[in-house]
Write a protein that binds this ligand. Structure first.
Ligand code: FAD
Length: 468
């Protein structure tokens, strides 16, 4: 069988690329080794974690946060089985949605293991173990990523006691104590879920801050807020061992700067130290496709590998491991393969942590601007001075706008606060169009909204905010 495009992997990179390519008139097939489409994101990542974050937040709110609003509901009861069923149903409807879109766009799909045989040739091996050969003008590697583990430490992830995020979204009871190794997005989101449901949560992080790449001020305040919610932190701590014990597991750690080893007992240990590109069994070596020093498929600016007609997108190539980055690359590549000019602006890729409050950022952090020697000005506005935040009892956090000191062009926006993940997009659109902080500060914002804090922070970069 012959196609214009064969895509290996049906995650946000692969499935979006497939749909866009089909919309542009190309004959497309997708190969997926999982039984369902949607990749990490829809099956075991973004979607199930957000279903649990939402449900656990509702529970936490009912538990702690309604009396002052005049809503007395008594002690809420957790039904974890139902919460998990809500998560599973959310996943099911999303992965079925992708299958529907494949049919609607006349995309052929093959369930099985895909392998690149070389220029224009791919094989797919299904349950019967018999490889079937397919031909295509273009081959797209969109095989995503996998759990990275702890560098230098052998850890046996059984997904029951020592879990990755995959096990952490499927625990059958609330642990008394969960130790999260890694203070990044996934660790803090899953830690929040189990913390809200009643677990004691200890986060062990190698760096001396959580959310390593985030703006330092945001990271500091975020840690304070999470600590207030009950999360414990061991920063600057190196995990040297994780082992199963008679009951639960033991985590050994020592200060990065040197010092005594400490051993923490846990019911569950979540390994959330990041993800690595997934290229196993793809036949890339035999096909001559070159990887970089970190095991990512090396591509040029048009997602082309060193083998003509073989492309790669998403978590398996360089860049932030985010679903929307993979999706945008999928669209850009489909356009390129259809003879158009596809492009992704890597300077404007928002990042969101879906905790409560949310943390969202786009563009440069203050630390990055300082390192790059860029002269900038900063405007900040706290939600405690925002009317809507007061009305909703969500006063935690702030908005920070960073703009070029000479041109006033907005270079970065960082928000910690309720709904930050949605608010960040006005900054993203502004930055995509090269807008200035004065553009933002003079744009009429509806009152009363949390977004008024974005306008006020922008005002603060070139004059003064009104409400503080
Ligand atoms: P993937 O989604 O990983 O899909 C790759 C697919 O390729 C998989 O289905 C795999 O089975 C298939 N595959 C691999 N090899 C083969 C082969 N040889 N043959 C056939 N099929 C193959 N990102 C966000 O932007 N927002 C979030 O809120 C968010 N939350 C997350 C929460 C968790 C717990 C995790 C783990 C990740 C989260 N991410 C989030 C990251 C996001 O899931 C990834 O960035 C995204 O899925 C990458 O998309 P992709 O298409 O590159 O790869």
């Amino acid at each position: 069988m012959s196609y214009d495009v064969i895509i290996i992997g049906s995650g946000p990179g692969g499935y979006v690329c497939a749909i866009k390519a089909a919309q542009l008139g190309l004959k497309v097939a997708v190969i997926e080794k999982r039984a369902t489409f949607g990749g990490t994101c829809l099956n075991i990542g973004c979607i199930p974690s957000k279903a649990l974050l939402h449900a656990s937040e509702v529970y936490a709110h009912a538990n702690h946060g309604m009396e002052s609003l005049g809503v007395e509901i008594g002690k809420p009861k957790l039904n974890l089985e139902k919460m998990m069923a809500h998560k599973d149903a959310t996943v099911k409807s999303n992965v079925e949605g992708v299958a529907f879109l494949f049919k609607k766009n006349k995309i052929d799909s093959f369930i099985g293991h895909g392998k690149v045989l070389g220029e224009g040739k791919v094989s797919v091996t299904g349950d019967d173990g018999k490889p079937q050969e397919l031909e295509a003008k273009n081959i797209v590697i969109a095989t995503g990523s996998d759990v990275a583990g702890i560098p230098g430490v052998k850890v046996d992830i059984d997904e029951k006691v020592i879990v990755s995020s995959t096990g952490a979204i499927a625990l059958d009871k609330v642990p008394e104590h969960i130790v999260v190794v890694g203070g990044g997005v996934i660790g803090l989101e899953m830690g929040s879920v189990w913390g809200r449901l009643g677990a004691k949560v200890t986060v062990v992080e190698y760096l001396d801050k959580i959310l390593g790449g985030m703006d330092g001020e945001v990271s500091k305040q975020f840690q304070r807020i999470l600590a207030k919610q009950g999360m414990e932190f061991k920063l600057g701590a190196k995990v040297t061992g994780v082992e199963k014990a008679e009951k639960g597991a033991k985590v050994s750690l020592e200060p990065v700067k040197g010092g005594d080893t400490e051993i923490i007992d846990a019911d569950i240990v979540l390994i959330a130290t990041g993800r690595k590109p997934f290229t196993e069994g793809l036949g890339l070596e035999d096909a001559g496709v070159v990887l970089d020093e970190r095991g990512r498929v090396r591509t040029d600016h048009h997602y082309q590998t060193n083998v003509p007609g073989v492309y790669a997108i998403g978590d398996v190539i360089v860049g932030p491991m985010l679903a929307h980055k993979a999706e945008d690359e999928g669209v850009a590549l489909a356009e390129i393969m259809a003879g158009q000019a596809g492009h992704v602006n890597y300077d404007v890729i928002p990042g969101v942590v879906y905790t409560q409050p949310e943390v969202a950022s786009v563009g440069k952090t203050e630390e990055e601007l300082k390192t790059e020697g860029v002269k900038y000005k900063s405007g900040k506005f706290p939600f405690s001075a925002n009317g809507r935040a007061r009305a909703m009892e969500t006063p935690d956090g702030f908005v920070k706008v960073l703009a070029d000191a000479e041109t006033d062009r907005v270079l970065g926006v960082h928000i910690i606060g309720f709904g930050a993940g949605d608010m960040i997009h006005e900054a993203a659109v502004l930055m995509e169009f090269g807008g200035s902080s004065e553009d933002l500060g003079r744009t009429c914002h509806a009152h009363p909204t949390m977004s008024e804090a974005v306008k006020e922070a922008a005002l603060a970069t070139f004059f003064k905010p009104i409400h503080i």
